[in-house]
Ligand binder design. Structure first.
Ligand SMILES: [Zn+2]
Length: 125
């Protein structure tokens, strides 16, 4: 019962966060699509601005995926369960990161693997 009420609270937090991100993404995508008259002097600043926006869009999209996957686990009644090892995610972690889908241990493991698997030059045989 208490688990259920936590999920309901987190669900509204996540839905709110998702709405904010979608709004922000819409604004950024509009900016990216807007035709810009680039003055020669302002070219660099303009390019910098667009690169910054593109990076921000990528971050927000990743965040959105996490949020949606957390919302799906709430629907399935599996919120707060690590997707990787099936153990409960630390409540303190969910407090600060309601969209967490992995426990701290698995998150660290995944990050370590991701770093190691960064595309490096493939050996061609
Ligand atoms: Zn885990």
């Amino acid at each position: 019962m208490s688990q259920q009420s936590i999920s309901v609270k987190e669900q509204s937090v996540l839905l709110q966060e998702r709405a904010q991100i979608l709004e922000e993404l819409g604004r950024l995508r509009e900016l990216m699509q807007a035709e810009v008259d680039v003055e020669p002097d302002e070219g660099d600043a303009e390019i910098f601005e667009r690169e910054k926006n593109a990076a921000l869009i990528a971050v927000l999209e990743r965040k959105l995926q996490d949020i949606e996957s957390a919302l799906r686990s709430i629907e399935k009644g599996q919120y707060g369960i690590c997707e990787r090892c099936g153990e409960p995610i630390e409540p303190g972690r969910l407090e600060v990161k309601p969209d967490a889908t992995l426990c701290v241990k698995c998150q660290q493991e995944v990050e370590r693997l991701t770093r190691r698997n960064r595309p490096t030059r493939q050996v061609e045989w």
